[in-house]
Design a protein around this ligand. Structure first.
Ligand code: ZN
Length: 161
């Protein structure tokens, strides 16, 4: 077995610390994703995307080979981490005609646009996802997690306050 190294840059480590997550936990996510093939790979950029549902948030990690083109890959670098607090509830529907660059590695097929119900503080909102048409595994993209979902979370928190 090839030992894979995972590099966590300082700015990513800082972003993780803000979410209360250690660099080691983040590395473990990458090892698990590589081990179990629970990841999406972007056929255009070569980046990988994996996620983990934690107690109070869902963490997404984007990573790529540290030395592009080198085979076998012996090191990955983490490019970005992001998260949302809303809980993934259920897949509402998919749009099979809207095919994405991200592929499900487990099923070796492209993802399509999905619409997923997310729940937070007893309120449900629908958000677009990258969804595998076979295993239905679904991922929220960074721009969605950063904007509409984050705004919804803030509004619900305010309502509660
Ligand atoms: Zn799949």
């Amino acid at each position: 077995m090839v030992m894979i190294d995972v590099v966590v840059p300082k700015e990513v480590e800082d972003a993780l610390a803000q979410k209360g997550i250690s660099a080691d936990m983040c590395k473990k996510l990458v090892y698990d994703a590589e081990d179990k093939k629970t990841k999406l790979v972007n056929k255009v950029t070569g980046e990988n995307l994996t996620k983990k549902i934690m107690d109070n948030l869902t963490l997404y990690v984007i990573y790529a080979p540290a030395a592009p083109g080198a085979q076998p890959v012996t090191a990955y670098a983490i490019k970005k981490v992001y998260s949302h607090k809303m809980r993934m509830k259920n897949l509402v529907y998919t749009m099979p005609e809207e095919v994405k660059d991200w592929w499900c590695v487990k099923d070796n097929c492209p993802t399509v646009r999905g619409q997923y119900d997310l729940e937070y503080m007893n309120v449900t909102r629908m958000a677009p996802t990258l969804t595998c048409p076979k295993c239905q595994d679904s991922y929220i993209e960074e721009d969605i997690a950063a904007k509409p979902v984050a705004v919804a979370e803030m509004l619900f928190e305010k309502k509660r306050a």
